[in-house]
Ligand binder design. Structure first.
Ligand SMILES: [Zn+2]
Length: 355
């Protein structure tokens, strides 16, 4: 199996905030192009890679969806050369002060301005803020430029993305921003690489969706457009970590998460579980009571309904600049996806039953 870490690192070094995914889409397209038969973009910017199966014409297809968008920030106001910010997607405001960021300055042809997020000293904050978490409206982004230069280069509405470099912790764990969900894109890439030497009857749609973090635009629209017979979504789930309870979290580096709940088709779940056991890929059960909060929901309810499964990897410190994942888990997800695709017979759809 190829080492996916270098590609994963490059994936999180490229911006692609929700609604502005083009930079990362270009990188993924370059990587996937030699691994698939056709590449295209949906009308809203999701990336579609088609790897054709060996079956006769009118082949069934499986869509494997990984969202490529990232949470981030946007300039909401400029005061005395400092930038006030608002969020794109669900950001954990507690970890913003001290973060390294890049301001994508449209007044200066998209120049990337390095900056830091700063919190005013408590004595300068209103008394009502107290000792608690300082709200996003009080945080400031400092580029180090003079107020006049900032006014010239930066516009209200400009994007701000995290810029801390990914780095490796002990135990094959990589830490950085945007591992939700670029780690899934990496896993899908592992799957495509494995499928180069693995015959499969079904067509595979490798899809990198847009705007999962802000309303599932890519998942809805790509599922509607591609009309796959079944779908698998890959996303992160909460890993065990400091102060995390043990019943809602899962150990990092110990395997693949297979989700059950009304958003997942029980038959597909069963098949993935049996396959993981046969291949001795460690897995854990993740129980979601309703909407999984992932692309699995919009895909499941598109067209006449699409049987959908959710495959996960544990992630620590979700939606912070130091998200952490195990490379082993990412490789395992990729391998399980490839083996699942290869296991699909021409008549698999007819065997799908509700229990
Ligand atoms: Zn995600």
């Amino acid at each position: 199996m190829t080492d996916i870490l270098p590609f994963l690192k490059s994936l999180i070094s490229v911006s692609g905030l929700s609604g502005h995914e083009a930079p990362v889409a270009r990188l993924i397209e370059e990587k996937w192009r030699p691994l698939v038969d056709e590449m295209s973009l949906s009308r809203v910017g999701s990336l579609h890679g088609l790897k054709k199966g060996s079956g006769k014409s009118l082949r069934p297809s499986v869509m494997i969806a990984t969202h490529m968008d990232a949470i981030g920030l946007r300039v909401s106001k400029i005061v005395d050369g400092f930038l006030h910010i608002t969020n794109i997607g669900g950001i954990d405001v507690r970890v913003l002060p001290g973060a390294q960021v890049i301001v994508h300055a449209t007044g200066s042809e998209g120049e990337e301005l390095p900056a830091v997020i700063a919190m005013p000293p408590q004595r300068f904050l209103p008394e009502s803020v107290g000792d608690g978490v300082v709200g996003i409206s009080y945080l400031l982004v400092d580029t180090g430029l003079t107020p006049r230069t900032v006014e010239r280069k930066v516009r209200v509405g400009d994007l701000i993305s995290f810029s801390n470099e990914p780095f490796e912790l002990a135990g094959e764990v990589v830490s950085g921003h945007t591992l939700d969900n670029r780690a899934s894109v990496a896993a899908l890439t592992v799957c495509l690489e494995e499928l180069q030497n693995k015959p499969h009857v079904w067509d595979v749609w490798a899809v990198a969706t847009v705007q999962e973090e802000t309303g599932f635009l890519g998942a809805y629209s790509s599922a509607f457009m591609l009309r796959p017979q079944i779908a698998i979504v890959v996303d992160g789930t909460f890993a065990k970590g400091p102060s995390a309870n043990s019943w809602q979290t899962h150990p990092l580096g110990k395997g693949v998460g297979l989700c059950i709940g009304p958003n997942m088709h029980p038959f597909l779940h069963q098949k993935l579980k049996e396959l993981a056991e046969r291949l001795e890929i460690p897995w854990f059960l993740d129980v979601t009571p309703a909407h999984s909060g992932t692309d699995a929901f919009p895909i499941q309810i598109t067209n006449e309904g699409i049987p959908t499964a959710l495959v996960e990897f544990p992630i620590r410190y979700m939606h912070t600049p130091v998200e952490s994942v195990s490379i082993k888990d990412i490789q395992r997800v990729g391998r399980l996806l490839a083996e699942f695709v290869a296991s699909l017979n021409a008549d698999f759809v007819d065997t799908i039953i509700w229990e």
